[in-house]
Design a protein around this ligand. Sequence first.
Ligand code: SAH
Length: 389
Amino acid sequence: MAKIMLAKNKEMRVESGHPWIFRSDIQHVAGNPQPGDIVEVYSHQNRFLGKGYYNPVSQITIRMLTRQDEDINREFLYQRILRAWEYRQKVADTESCRVVFAESDFLPALIVDKFSDILVVQTLALGIDRYKAEIVDILSEIIQPRGIYERNDVPVRELEGLPQQKGFLSAPFDTRVEMVENGIKFLVDVENGQKTGFFLDQKENRAALKPLVKNGRVLDCFSHTGSFALHAAYYGAREVVGVDISAHAVACAEHNARLNGLEQTARFKEANAFDLLRNYADQKERFDTVILDPPAFTKTKSAVEGAVRGYKEINLRAMKLINEGGFLVSCSCSQHIDNGLFMNILHEAARDAKRAVRLIEFRSQAKDHPILMASRETQYIKCALMQVF
Ligand code: SAH
């Protein structure tokens, strides 16, 4: 097996538990590892640090799989996936949940989502992609799903020299899958929906709406397939408006409303949320609760400034629409906006909107998306529940 020696002092990140080794961390490559191969990693002083998979094409040249001297084989993957699944059985409703959350489950670049009895898999780096057949086999053995679908149609794969692709990893099935979240039915389009088809990371935050919406008028911006909006309706809101820029998302949301008999309460509009918030302010529309769950306004560190402006703008506009004593549920899924920065943005928005805002709860992602302490980028969801006066 090839051996990789790190440059001086570059072992610190790995030893603290972070799974990534960048190209610039590497001093020397001994042997002739091929892209995707398992390699042994050593410190500059020749101390064994663990094993990972290697891809010289990627900036993240090694992703660590273990800090032990153990074989990486089917049994290794089986134990890792089993551990991930057993953890979900403890902390999550496994009817729909994330079964494997990549680095946080010590399986870098592997995502597995479960929607009812269907699994959706992403292998986002070459080293894990090589094990795809074994992973599918193990998932079939442990979870016994009705079917498995691959959603590898994501641009990050190209950084690894991998093609974008999607399709069945089992016998074909109807890719429109009905699942239940917090008692509400959703149709998940695992073939054409965004990412793996549904954003499971917000499940607990949607449930947190319950005490904030009863009898109220609710606005859900960036409503996608209607998840927050339908939770609000299910929890007793008088009227719910959901807004999304995607026609496909709006059609799915309307379908989901009908699935639950909530179509009288929740209606959906195809619109740009920025424009809609402005128009509503001009028309003096008022809501008791507003939900903001925008897409990641930045995927890179360099674009943070623009993202900050975007977050501030929607929060400011939303605050202006909220009745005295009403609630704002404001989320961010940009990993480059940390908790402190997000709080500052919310405070500035409140100041400029001339509203007094108090934080009642600051939440993160659901427990089936655990945060690896050594790798803070695994925390990406922020969800602030606020009251507005
Ligand atoms: N709240 C959703 C997830 C939102 S993802 C859920 O819990 O499932 C972000 C959504 O914002 C996507 O559906 C995308 O289509 C939509 N979107 C992106 N830009 C938008 C804009 N300017 N106005 C309205 N919707 C937008």
